[in-house]
Design a protein around this ligand. Structure first.
Ligand code: ADP
Ligand code: ZN
Ligand code: ZN
Length: 751
């Protein structure tokens, strides 16, 4: 029998996941050794006995065979929380194509010291005058650090200790000395460990409706019968899905089980979290990007220790190691942010199903506009489908108008606002009601080009045009490169270098011009770069400090503004023109969500969709809020083209420092895929290979990009091809420096 080898990480609980070491699997252990198992191995010079975890298996030795030691035995206390996490990582590595280390890093929490359960502050004990005086005395004695802190305290009576240490560069000794002198006090404040603090108020309990009760009962009945499934709840916003989640979780907790609730970060609003806290109290926690690594690790440790029942968070909360997981909820399952953009490029929905299968838990997906994947699987019986149609509360569906922008132009209207939209906006402004304007682009998306010679200003590092910002700078949205906008064309010297403005900034400008009295807020990638600015803009709009909110897709998610009675979608087809098989789906979702923003309160709402393609099915069905109509047309297109979810598709992206080597490797890998295709007698189905070609964006950050696609009905067939390519690259590791190969299964967009 051929030798087999295992990659083993010794002491995985380290601060970081280290490089694995390869060991031989003795034949008598071949059955017992698989990823996740704990084993004893000889380690280091003295061959000391150590325990480690098997993370990967291989038929090939990566080192000279005589240097490889044998695994001694399998640890009897074998299965731990880490074992199952390693199994998940191993599954992700295989399923999505990445290194095992990258997969482990995604799954395993990085052990971190929780630095601050306490926070120190420094308070002045003298008045300002006395502080300045003492500072002057210190300066004479050349104690400049002491002088700095005294002056700072004269300005602000209380300062964080950290800030003084790090920004004023004052030593602890100097601070202690000043405390002894009676100039200041150092105090310690304890901060709560729960990232969401004290929750006020009592929950008002609702009595579940018939349809809600039926879902809760069916999910739990299957679970109790030892037959947990995957369920899709299709229900418009406000139909009561969250109440269903709460009902399921409540009963799971009563059985001693725990729940993971995935919510896209952008929809993790204070309001939503509050509902969970009010229902489940202190045993709920949140993971979000505002937490430090130490705080995140602390939440995970608490989950592992049985101190939590529910964890809420975006994608990464999926890997919370609960002792007895009962259910994973994936709210807004259609959201693109559930797909990881770095290797392993996993999808949280599919990974949730896998994790649930391993822990015998249920999965509940919810959406007003389900992904094609989820709805297709629900239709084919892989998931159970529940439809919820009525809205709870007083709100009603808005009235929707589609405006043909070509017609507007024919009528001589050159404004970005159609006559209909302008008319409705004026009425809202008069009535003191609020308006949301939605544009599916950010910044001055428009490029700058020369009207004389046609030259387009491009990023020197990326194959994309630069965008003009109001500051007068030209900015690359891929790498951040900036340059000052030249006055004349660098090619021909003409002065007619013009920007094609079509972004939120331009809308804002147009509003100031055409509705001079209106108060406008803008929200896009540029105004929300700072962490809290997103919340601040929304809060200001909720407080009615503005009449109009202009923004990109981030304004259409999740938030309820009862005073918004008009939503304008300025150019609905910008997202259709992307060269991408998911463009129709994304447009439908965006429009449906945007339309759903209008009329959330007592007043009825209206929606204006401006478009150049008024007859496009994504737009027509979104205007009718007709999901099923959209699904039927979209699935026909996917069927015809053999795109996901009908078939599976793997993108292979090769990026390289040097153009020719990347092009060559991409060609070789595509050749390998073609060999694989020709060698198979695939029962009725064959592998389809598209490409290789230059990627749509052929260069980013000075890395050249080549791509090809492989399609097949059967996912496993693609995995096999991917495995072959991985081996091919591994064999040539030395030659292919400065080249990366990335795999993306069922990609969210084309490359
Ligand atoms: P979704 O998650 O589908 O958007 P929610 O669960 O948030 O819907 O419900 C929308 C609103 O209707 C909430 O304010 C919720 O409290 C209320 N609601 C939901 N179900 C009921 C019910 N059975 N009886 C009364 N109010 C309900
Ligand atoms: Zn020119
Ligand atoms: Zn760039």
């Amino acid at each position: 029998m051929a030798e087999r080898y295992a990659d083993i990480i010794v002491d995985i609980s380290h601060e970081k996941v280290d490089k694995p070491f390869q060991y031989r699997i003795p034949p008598e252990l071949s059955e017992a050794v698989y990823p996740g198992v704990r084993v004893h191995v000889p380690f280091g010079k003295g061959d000391r006995d150590k325990t480690g975890y098997v993370v990967d298996l291989s038929d090939r030795a990566d080192y000279p065979v005589e240097k490889i030691k044998d695994i001694v035995s399998v640890d009897e206390k074998g299965v731990t929380a880490q074992s199952s996490q390693i199994q998940i990582a191993y599954w992700m590595k295989r399923q999505y194509g990445s290194t095992m280390i990258a997969a482990l890093k995604t799954v395993l929490p990085v052990k971190q010291q929780l630095k601050q359960l306490e926070k120190k502050k420094v308070t002045a004990c003298l008045n300002g005058e006395a502080l300045y005086e003492t500072a002057a005395q210190c300066e004479q004695k050349h104690q400049t650090a002491k002088a700095r802190v005294l002056r700072a305290l004269a300005e602000d009576e209380v300062l964080p200790y950290e800030l003084i240490r790090q920004k004023l560069h004052v030593s602890p000794a100097a601070l202690l000395a000043l405390e002894k002198q009676g100039c200041l006090k150092i105090e310690t404040e304890y901060i709560y460990r729960n990232p969401v603090r004290h929750i006020p108020g009592e929950e008002k309990r609702v009595v579940l409706g018939e349809d809600q009760k039926r879902i809760v009962e069916e999910v739990l009945r299957d679970y109790r019968e030892g037959n947990p499934g995957t369920y899709l709840i299709h229900g418009i916003t406000g139909s009561g899905k969250t109440e269903v989640y709460l009902g399921i979780i409540e009963q799971m907790i009563a059985m001693g089980k725990q729940a993971i609730v995935l919510i896209p970060e952008i929809a993790l609003t204070y309001q939503t979290l509050l509902r969970f806290y009010k229902r489940f109290g202190e045993r709920v926690s949140v993971i979000n990007s505002a937490l430090s690594a130490g705080e995140k690790y602390d939440q995970i440790r608490r989950a592992q220790a049985g101190e939590l029942d529910v964890i809420i968070g975006p994608r990464s909360a999926l890997f919370t190691p609960f002792p007895d997981l009962g259910v994973i909820i994936v709210d807004e399952e259609h959201e693109g942010s559930y797909k990881s953009e770095s290797a392993p490029k996993y999808h949280a929905r599919e990974t949730a199903v896998q994790i649930a299968a391993m822990s015998r838990a249920s999965v509940v997906l919810g959406s007003a506009t389900p992904s094609m994947e989820a709805y297709y699987r629900a239709k084919t019986g892989e998931y159970k489908l529940f439809e919820m149609s009525a809205r709870h509360g007083s709100s009603t569906l808005p009235g929707v108008y589609i405006v043909d922008l070509r017609e507007e132009l024919r009528q001589g209207n050159r404004s970005v606002f159609s006559a209909r939209l302008r008319d409705l906006m004026e009425r809202r402004l008069e009535a003191g009601e609020q308006i949301m304007l939605f544009l599916n682009r950010r910044g001055y998306a428009g490029f700058v080009s020369c009207r004389a010679c046609g030259h387009v200003m491009k990023c020197p590092h990326c194959d994309v045009s630069l965008s003009e910002h109001r500051s007068g700078k030209l900015v690359c949205h891929y790498c951040g490169y900036e340059e000052v906008r030249p006055a004349t064309c660098p090619e021909c010297g003409s002065r007619y270098l013009m920007g094609f403005k079509a972004g939120t900034e331009q809308i804002e400008e147009a509003l100031h011009k055409e509705f001079p009295g209106a108060r406008v807020l803008r929200m896009d990638g540029d105004t929300t770069r700072r962490k809290d600015s997103y919340e601040k803009i929304l809060a200001a709009f909720a407080d009615e400090k503005a009449d109009i909110l202009v923004g990109t897709q981030m304004i259409v998610k999740g938030h309820d503004f009862p005073n918004v009675t008009l939503v304008g979608i300025l150019a609905a087809d910008l997202s259709l023109n992307q060269n991408d098989y998911r463009a129709g789906e994304r447009t439908f979702q965006l429009l449906t969500q945007a339309a759903g923003r209008a009329g959330r309160g007592d007043k009825p709402g209206e929606v204006v969709i401006q478009t150049y393609q008024p007859e496009h099915y994504s737009i027509v069905h979104a205007a009718d809020q007709d999901y099923k109509g959209f699904y039927e047309e979209e699935i026909t297109y996917r069927e015809f083209m053999q795109y996901p979810p009908i078939a599976h598709m793997m993108a292979v992206l090769v990026t390289s420092r040097e153009q020719e080597s990347g092009r060559q490797l991409c060609g070789q890998l595509a050749g390998l895929a073609r060999l694989e295709r020709d060698s198979r007698n695939g029962g009725g189905h064959t592998l389809q290979i598209i490409g290789p070609t230059e990627a749509v964006i052929s260069k980013i950050n000075d890395w050249y990009r080549y791509v090809f696609y492989v399609k097949h009905k059967d996912y496993e067939q693609l995995v096999t091809v991917k495995d072959r390519m991985e081996l091919y690259c591994k064999d040539r590791e030395k030659e292919i420096k400065n080249i990366t190969v990335q795999y993306d299964f069922d990609p969210m967009n084309t490359y």
